[in-house]
Write a protein that binds this ligand. Structure first.
Ligand SMILES: Nc1ncnc2c1ncn2[C@@H]1O[C@H](COP(=O)(O)OP(=O)(O)OP(=O)(O)O)[C@@H](O)[C@H]1O
Length: 316
């Protein structure tokens, strides 16, 4: 028996409910878990309470849901005294953090990967005292998350993020900011600032190299102007040399901590959830929690077949 007590936190409202997922998880773990407790979330915020109060009673925590559920559960688990090892099971729509961990996108297959035992110390980010696993965004990206129509998300899944982004691009207003990082201060205007810990956003692979969630650094993109093809590159990955040659439209820095001030308070998107406002104090918390990784973890965390959307226009 590898784990004495495991807890599976399940958000059945995440993603499109797929019959048989729970059975697949139990079948995968049956030989290795002594006691498995299933706890369903009943409302937003529930995952955080469950993981904070009960996380340390278990040596394995499984989170079956999407990025919003992961965000809640990780905020709870990070506060538990002696947090358990954590396995993400991609039951949501985008599942960006599961992609960063290189997990297969089928819940049953992701559960099987736990048995391979690729468990590693993993960085998380902190913004104004709250944990994020994947990203923090200000500007365009918050408009994007707010504009997602849930029916559309349900019907179209991962395409919805992109369509929604393209819609908000036409109305992107620049805002003034002051970004203070370990090596300097940037005082300027932007349409979007994106601070990434993970490597996937709206199912698309982010273009940063390095160890991602194990390098003790955050990747920061400052996008000064919106434009269809440029934004498409930012969101759909690409080569960062493009950005260095973008004539200052995009600036890229890596830093363990930063502060962002804006003239007016602006919404902060953390892992797709918008409940904080600027000023933003952001830092990486190196090796904070232990997560299970999938077989694609070393190819920058993304399964090629799931990495992007070939059919989208390149814009112009
Ligand atoms: N029982 C519940 N009823 C309604 N909402 C819930 C319940 N449990 C959790 N939630 C909320 O559901 C929201 C959406 O879940 P989640 O983000 O995990 O799925 P998703 O949006 O399909 O996936 P992704 O974020 O990966 O695209 C979360 O913000 C969470 O707070």
């Amino acid at each position: 028996m590898r784990w004495g007590r495991a807890m599976l936190v399940y958000n059945r409202k995440a993603g499109k409910e797929k019959a048989g997922q729970l059975g697949e998880v139990v079948a995968a773990l049956a030989g290795e878990v002594g006691e498995l407790t299933l706890v369903q979330t009943t409302e937003p915020g529930d995952g955080e309470k469950i993981c904070r109060d009960r996380g340390s009673d278990h040596d394995l925590l499984l989170v079956l849901g999407g990025d919003g559920t992961v965000h809640e559960c990780i905020n709870g688990a990070a506060e538990a005294a002696g947090p358990p090892e954590i396995a993400i099971l991609p039951g949501g729509t985008c599942n960006d953090f599961a992609r960063t961990l290189g997990l297969p996108m089928q819940v049953g297959r992701a559960a099987e990967e736990i048995l391979a035992g690729r468990v590693r110390d993993t960085d998380v980010g902190k913004v104004n005292g709250r944990i994020f696993t994947n990203f923090v965004g200000i500007g365009l990206i918050t408009d994007t998350s707010e504009n997602i129509d849930s029916d559309q998300k349900e019907r179209m899944g991962k395409l919805s993020y992109f369509l929604s982004t393209l819609r908000t691009l036409r109305q992107a207003e620049p805002f003034r900011f002051r970004l203070t990082h370990e090596e300097g201060v940037i005082d300027s205007e932007a349409v979007m600032i994106l601070v990434a810990n993970g490597r996937s956003l709206g199912t698309a692979k982010l273009p940063f190299a390095g160890e991602g969630v194990q390098d003790g650094l955050l990747d920061v993109l400052i996008v000064r102007e919106a434009g269809l093809s440029l934004a498409w590159q930012v969101i759909n990955g690409g080569d960062l040399t493009d950005y260095r040659e973008s004539g200052g439209i995009i600036e890229y820095i890596r830093t363990p901590s930063l502060r962002i001030d804006t003239d007016e308070p602006k919404g902060i998107d953390s892992d797709g959830e918008i409940y904080l406002q600027t000023p933003a104090e952001i830092s990486v918390v190196p090796s904070k929690l232990r997560f299970f990784y999938g077989p694609n973890a070393d190819t920058n965390g993304i399964e090629d077949e799931d990495a992007g959307i070939d059919a989208m226009p390149s814009g112009g």
